[in-house]
Design a protein around this ligand. Structure first.
Ligand code: NAD
Length: 322
């Protein structure tokens, strides 16, 4: 009975993953997907014998599209664990503090776009890729070059990798969906799918017309830049010319994290781009290393997800006004 449910959930989640990550065209809401994934996680936790090595609970992202060169990531591009309420966040905090008691957190807006990685050599942008399945991504360098927020030269001559979120603003998505409706084309369901669909174009002229932007939020080799904390690494890349979202904050306690979430749950409507949650990261890089990663996500970070209804309302507004 339970085994049958695991098989059912696996089949559905694999189908939804392909629609979402490979074709940028989901058939169910994120909330529905998250609900099914959570059900599978809970069954597997109580019945570890039912967990398969290829379960959707251990996979990151989707497959790599044909038509793009493949890029093997130097460091895996992981997903993030999810928190849906205060209880999940307090549990995360006590898990962290048991191992690394003297940490603080950086809270960042969770931009609803597509994770991409940028590589620089001798101060020049040389390559950029999607997350793909976390190990292998798609080489979308030519398309990324069309994004003005991405510097093509930087004042730093060693090898450097910077990661972040490529995204489409609310206004651009609205304009694009209106145009698509007039042309009888399918609408993009959300900013993430619009950004992904625009970046995974074989013709970079199409990408350049989509007016994408990017916020950078991670430097895998931050310690080599002399940084001790994640916040320092954000300041460092900002100085080099990367676009860093200005709304991040260092929080000393989980109560301060909760206050940040509360603030942005209301203020998010005023932002010109969509956010779907808040990302909470341990600030100290040494402590991040001590905490380490699971196969799917770092143990030192978590994504708080806003309830989905509000996001869907915004999209319905766009679709119904076209
Ligand atoms: P995630 O969206 O939960 O979190 C990880 C991602 O957050 C990163 O890869 C990065 O792209 C993004 N991010 C944005 N701002 C960030 C910041 N400041 N710091 C770090 N990361 C930041 O994980 P995921 O694996 O990318 O996707 C899972 C999500 O996709 C879930 O919300 C799920 O509902 C949705 N999904 C939906 C369907 C569907 O059919 N509707 C299918 C698959 C997945």
């Amino acid at each position: 009975m339970l085994k049958q449910r695991v098989e059912e959930l696996t089949k559905l989640l694999n189908q939804y993953n392909t629609e979402y990550y490979v074709f940028d065209n989901p058939s169910v809401s994120d909330r529905e997907y998250d609900r099914l994934l959570q059900e599978l996680i809970e069954i597997e936790q109580k019945n570890p014998e039912l967990k398969t090595p290829t379960s959707p609970t251990v996979r990151v992202g989707g497959a790599v599209l044909e038509g793009f060169d493949k890029v093997l990531h130097t460091n895996p591009m992981l997903s993030l664990g999810n928190a849906f309420n205060e209880g999940d966040l307090r549990e995360f905090d006590s898990r962290i503090r048991k191992v690394t008691p003297n940490i603080n957190y950086v809270c960042e807006l969770k931009i609803d776009g597509l994770a991409v990685t940028l590589h620089y050599e001798n101060g020049q942008f040389v390559r950029g890729a999607t997350r793909g399945d976390g190990t292998t991504g798609e080489d979308i360098s030519e398309n990324l070059k069309t994004i003005r927020a991405i510097p093509l030269t930087i004042p730093y001559s060693d090898l450097l990798e910077v990661r972040g979120e490529a995204y489409m603003s609310k206004e651009t998505l609205e304009k694009l969906n209106k145009r698509r409706a007039q042309n009888g084309e399918e609408l993009f369901a959300n900013p993430r799918n619009a950004a992904a669909g625009s970046l995974r174009q074989l013709d970079s002229k199409v990408t350049s017309k989509r007016e994408l932007s990017m916020f950078c939020y991670a430097v895998p080799s931050a310690k080599q830049l002399g940084c001790k904390t994640h916040a320092e690494s954000l300041d460092k890349i900002k100085e080099m010319g990367f676009n860093v979202n200005p709304n991040y904050e260092v929080c000393q306690s989980i109560d301060e994290v909760l206050a940040y979430i509360e603030k942005w749950s209301t203020m998010r409507t005023e932002l010109p781009y969509e956010i779907d949650g808040i990302v909470i990261k341990v600030n100290q890089l040494d402590d991040q290393e001590i905490l380490g990663n699971t196969v799917k996500s770092p143990r030192w970070a978590i994504a708080y997800k806003f309830p989905a209804e509000e996001v869907e309302t915004v999209l319905k507004d766009i679709i119904f006004t076209v």
